[in-house]
Ligand binder design. Structure first.
Ligand code: NDP
Ligand code: OXD
Length: 311
């Protein structure tokens, strides 16, 4: 039995080192040095090249090195019979919670306008209408592992939090909406909209002109999910016509964001390099090894993805 790491864009040596620290007896290989393909039963993957998984005849489980699994299903040759396990990890959840709280507070405290005032040497302490946190409607698209934790943290800060999911939810202090029928009501009350959805055929391109038109005028957007959620060409017109005031983007259709992309220099766009929450091999590897043990003994895997739903 061998474990193959396919993560050329995500520090494969670090993952290998962590695996070897905890299980020195394992046969660990790093793509593209696969060796005998028949040996490989488990793969740790982040954005594997097209066809890389399909050529492993005895592959049983793919461990996504992120919470999202769209990077696996983007491969048209993805072998649909294998099990997929994704990351659910307290450090990852904390990282996202911190990112979302940071940028929500940035908007709540009107920081983009204050930054402009400092640049222009303007002292104006009345530059925004007074709005308390409990008058600030915050909407979260996606109430899964990450969305729920962000909703709880923002509720503790007394924001007026609502969330949207595919199936009904009941979260203390959070107004919950579900399904396509519930989306408009969430948008209408969200001055700060946060996207934490998985990228699937249902959610691709959801952040578009039509959605922006249903938000209160002058809203803020934080997209920490996937670049594919945003219709990029719809964003700058929505900022220009005042529908949106400022947006924070951690994820992009093309990553790294090309140096000549207009988002880099736009004064109303904050760009971060897909680092809202980072998987930490030190904690994930322990989970992966436990799952391999479970799989070997015929027990159920943890955090298994529903391939039909795509998340
Ligand atoms: P989960 O699978 O736990 O949660 C997904 C949520 O989205 C669920 O509430 C689900 O609804 C909802 N959802 C899915 N499809 C739809 C739909 N069609 N309509 C309405 N709601 C829908 O995912 P996580 O919270 O763990 O992660 C979310 C995403 O965040 C990841 O897929 C990844 O893309 C991104 N991410 C980004 C990172 C970064 O650094 N920028 C780091 C980690 C993750 P239901 O509960 O009903 O199933
Ligand atoms: C993830 C990510 O999906 O880092 O975990 O984007």
């Amino acid at each position: 039995m061998a474990i193959l790491i396919i993560a050329s864009q995500d520090r494969p040596d670090w993952w290998a080192r962590e695996l070897r620290t905890h299980a020195p007896e394992l046969d660990i290989r790093i793509w593209p040095e696969v060796g005998d393909v028949d040996d490989v039963e488990y793969v740790l993957a982040w954005k594997p090249p097209r066809g890389a998984l399909a050529c492993l005849p005895n592959l049983a489980v793919v461990f996504s090195l992120g919470a999202g699994v769209d990077h696996l299903f983007a491969d048209p040759e993805f072998p649909a019979h294998v099990a997929v396990v994704r990351v659910i990890d307290p450090y990852l959840t904390a990282g996202m919670r911190e990112y979302v709280v940071l940028h929500t507070l940035h908007y709540h405290k009107n920081q983009p306008a204050l930054d402009r005032q400092q640049r222009d040497h303007v002292w104006d302490d009345r530059a925004r209408e007074l709005r308390q946190a409990d008058e600030q409607g915050v909407g979260i698209l996606g109430l899964g592992e990450l969305g729920r934790s962000c909703a709880e943290a923002l509720t503790r800060l007394e924001f007026d939090v609502a969330g949207w999911s595919r199936t009904p939810k009941d979260l203390p202090g959070v107004t919950c909406f579900e399904g396509r029928g519930g989306l408009d009501a969430l948008l209408a009350r969200s001055r700060i909209l946060i996207c934490l959805l998985p990228l699937t055929t249902e959610t691709e391109g959801i952040l578009d002109t039509e959605l922006f038109s249903k938000l209160p005028n002058g809203s803020y957007l934080i997209n920490a999910a996937r670049g594919g959620h945003l219709v990029e060409e719809d964003l700058i017109p929505a900022l220009d016509d005042g529908r949106l005031t400022h947006v924070t983007l951690d994820v992009f259709r093309t990553e790294p964001l090309p140096a000549d992309h207009p988002f880099w220099d736009h004064p109303q766009i904050t760009v971060t390099p897909h680092n809202a929450a980072i998987t930490d091999p030190r904690s994930i590897v322990i989970q992966i090894l436990a799952d391999i043990e479970r799989h070997t003994s015929g027990a159920a895997l943890s955090n298994r993805v529903d391939i039909g739903l795509g998340y």
